[in-house]
Write a protein that binds this ligand. Structure first.
Ligand code: FES
Ligand code: FES
Length: 152
């Protein structure tokens, strides 16, 4: 029986088993490849998406767990905070190889949606689950502060 999930404002009927990871549904079934696979074990944050506005790891979330919820991926960002964060990312020239960055941006937006003026400690706590092998952490922090100023 198909499972219906709502991604970026649209319902999608998937021919998938209930335990299919949301990440595979997004990438393989819906062909939205902005969300990345890193570890597959909820350890790196590359696969971060929003479920009802909260960041979740799509690699370890089965599709049955998101039925009736609203999933947003990097392709579906549209909020004013998301716009500011993406601009700040560009202004701060955060990206190196880019592989981790969609997950980083999803976590940063979720942080700033709930706390537009985060302290360094708030930023570290919110972003600690997102790993960057290119070590862009200082620029990520700078971009979040840049976005926070623009949101003030
Ligand atoms: S791929 Fe999901 S946390 Fe690493
Ligand atoms: S920019 Fe390369 S892994 Fe983060």
């Amino acid at each position: 029986m198909p499972i219906t999930i709502n991604v970026n404002g649209a319902d999608h009927d998937l021919d998938a088993t209930p335990d299919t990871p949301l990440l595979w549904a997004i990438r393989d079934h819906l062909q939205m490849t902005g969300t990345k696979f890193g570890c597959g074990m909820a350890l790196c944050g590359a696969c971060t998406v929003h479920m009802d506005g909260q960041p979740i790891r799509s690699c370890t979330t089965p599709v049955q767990a998101v039925a009736g919820r609203k999933i947003t991926t990097i392709e579906g960002l549209a909020s004013p905070v998301a716009e500011v964060v993406q601009r700040a990312w560009n202004e701060t020239q955060v990206v190196q190889c880019g592989y981790c960055q969609s997950g980083q941006i999803m976590s940063a937006i979720a942080l700033l949606e709930r706390n537009p003026s985060p302290t360094d400690g708030d930023i570290d706590a919110a972003m600690s689950g997102n790993i960057c092998r290119c070590n862009t952490y200082q620029r990520i922090r700078g971009a979040i502060k840049n976005a926070s100023k623009q949101l003030a």
